[in-house]
Design a protein around this ligand. Structure first.
Ligand code: C2E
Ligand code: MG
Ligand code: MG
Ligand code: MG
Length: 278
């Protein structure tokens, strides 16, 4: 009996690996066409002032909907795109869509928002990145101050001088820089010495446990206090409940993002929902 269970487990494990391998292959084979067929879109999730609930910005989040396969999460396809180089055209496309939508928002009276765009390391390091961004900004007549780039902590962790230079260049051009998923993994805060950032986005794994885990609650407090000492904007990601909001509202001047306020929405739905709010 034990042997059978062991064997079944082994098969089960194998099936899981096999499933992931097949899925990854499928994504690799279809990602190129996805861009061509306009299957990739951008949704927007509000970033709000935790106290007033006023929306200050929107995070642009890539979405892929395949007519047969359905929705494929960015966690799956961004990874593939990074390994096969498609992140360059896809990333540029997302910057372009986000800027086009920002111009549309400005036109429709949402003039004080910024759009926050995730970047991958490869994108940031690519020589075409900066010229493409300059070109897009010019096309839509936008001010760099309305655009924030989110860089994940694991990326910034590598104290890579080219990378530090590129980020410095973005800062000089008045773009905002955010560290995304702050506190995730085993990372150091040393890079804050080398790059100047505007925003820390605290990884959602923190807020999820502030109510049940005293140690995580204290770490969250410490990150917030550190960020505020450095005059950074603090965005707490993954706010799903009013108790989460109450926890962070013990601090003043703090920002939040999460399902409690809104899920990521297509631009039109965001516009409609905020018109209905007012
Ligand atoms: P991220 O940059 O940390 O984005 C936030 C993720 O948290 C999004 O997942 C969002 O839908 C989710 N989220 C927001 N509020 C809540 C909440 O209250 N509870 C929970 N459980 N989740 C919440 P999404 O859209 O699936 O994106 C996953 C990741 O994929 C992103 O994490 C980002 O790292 C990456 N990604 C998405 N779009 C892009 C993109 O255009 N470029 C790059 N390079 N990466 C992207
Ligand atoms: Mg992000
Ligand atoms: Mg990110
Ligand atoms: Mg994040």
């Amino acid at each position: 009996e034990a042997k059978r269970l062991g064997k079944n487990r082994y098969i089960f494990y194998n099936d899981d690996l096999e499933y992931r391998r097949v899925r990854k292959n499928w994504i690799e084979q279809h990602l190129n066409n996805a861009l061509f067929n306009n299957e990739i879109t951008v949704h927007y999730q509000p970033i709000v002032n935790a106290k007033t609930k006023a929306i200050i910005g929107l995070e642009a989040l890539a979405r892929w909907y395949h007519p047969k396969e359905g929705a494929i999460s960015p966690q799956e396809f961004i990874d593939v795109a990074e390994s096969n180089g498609l992140i360059i055209p896809i990333g540029t496309y997302i910057v372009q869509m986000a800027c086009q939508d920002l111009a549309e928002l400005n036109k429709r009276g949402f003039e004080n928002l910024f759009v926050s765009i995730n970047l991958s390391l490869k994108q940031l390091k690519h020589p075409d990145f900066m010229p493409a961004v300059d070109q897009i900004l010019q096309t839509y007549g936008l001010n760099a101050k309305q655009i924030q780039f989110e860089i994940t902590e694991t990326v910034t962790l590598q104290e890579d001088s080219d990378l530090i230079k590129t980020i410095g260049e973005l800062k000089n051009k008045q773009f905002r820089i955010a560290i995304d998923d702050f506190g995730k993994g085993f990372s150091s805060i040393g890079y804050l010495k080398h790059i100047s950032v505007d925003t820390l986005k605290i990884d959602k794994s923190y807020v999820f446990h502030v109510l049940s885990d005293e140690k995580i609650a204290k770490l969250t407090n410490a990150i917030i206090i550190m960020g505020q000492l450095l005059h950074l904007d603090i965005v707490v990601e993954g706010v799903e409940a009013k108790e989460h909001l109450a926890f962070i509202n013990r601090f003043s001047n703090i920002f939040a993002q999460g399902y409690y306020f809104s899920r990521p929405l297509p631009l039109e739905e965001f516009i409609e929902s905020s018109i209905n709010r007012n």
